[in-house]
Design a protein around this ligand. Sequence first.
Ligand code: PMP
Length: 426
Amino acid sequence: MNHERSRELYGRALSVLAGGVNSSVRATKPYPFFIERGDGAHVIDADGNKYLDYVMGYGPLLYGHDLPEPVAAAIQSHAADGPMYGAPTEIEVELAEFVARHVPSVEMLRFVNSGTEATVSAVRLARGHTGRDKIVVMQGGYHGAQESTLVEGDANNPQPSTAGIPEEFAQHTLPIPFNDPDAAQAVFEEHGDDIAAVLTEPILGNMGIVMPVDGFHETLRELCDDHGSLLIFDEVITGFRVGGLQCAQGKFGITPDLTTFGKIVGGGFPVGAIGGRAELIEQFAPSGDVFQSGTFSGHPVTMAAGLANLEYAAENDVYDHVNSLGEQLRSGLRDILADQAPEYTVVGTDSMFKVIFTRDGATDRGSQCGAGCQQDPDCQHYDHCPKTGADVADADTERWERLFWQAMKDQGVFLTANQYESQFIS
Ligand code: PMP
């Protein structure tokens, strides 16, 4: 494949954009391909190379790059009316009504402009509501580029995971292993009265895809109830992708106090949202005393794209279709890789998937492991499935980055460049 034009664009980008990109994960080695346009399930780069796209904008694109006609029409009509106003519009009410109608725990929302902004605001709301400072997060979880959650280590020794965050900030964040009810119990025993919220993705989607084991979310729900803390589900990835219009909370039958959304709810435009019971969401300004505001929040073009996107999903068998494609792909991958790369685990659910190059040589796992297994203790391969972020980090992550990703790219398949981020099917 010729990449001359991408190489040249990257050279220019390096002089005017930090690392040549506007989001760190895009700086793939030796240089990223620059995309010119999308075409159905494919993207076409600046040199005219065509790739099958399993990145899908890191999750927002449920329909690929050719939007269904009503979605495209809604976007064009709202953009043509004038991009935005700084005053309320009907379309933001309609999208909020749609989400509240379908997502079990949501009565009210506040729209923002990114997943990061949603988790920042949800944490502030939890702290404002409880009058407490500490937040429990999962090791290997990701909640955007924000001060309260860019923290590593454990609950006894939390440390900022990046330069630029004061150590004092990190002291308020308590990381525990995902799927470890004893660790959750222990952190509440020690800090229960100071914990404002537990913030977790229902499925770890930025750590190779780790499914919750049976009972883990129930334990978190009980601990939060017993201690007067809020349970926040970060459904930025899983929202309107896993569990259809009810999201992952509907699939797992758990009712969080607050939910953060992003990605699909904006139909491919910048978006975030915080949803929950009315008495909680009303604590945002101006009805409450937790400050929250944004010039672009509830942007009419984003709201129109999000609403048309979700209405199309409600009126057509979108989730059945895309989830069955997911099942077909995961099962095909298991069959193919059982011969080729026996040290692997296929993980995922609904329209998410990933192959993890697990290291411990459990060569018999191939044909049967993967989706669902992590939730079934009776499965003979249960022990081999990753259950924590650390299990995934122990995999041969180099193999994905240096060999697999590059080789797939050369074959015309676009995947996320690292072992950790999920792949998406449109
Ligand atoms: N939460 C989760 C679970 C995410 O996966 C992401 C981004 N991938 C974010 C929050 C942050 O969203 P954004 O990149 O839109 O700020």
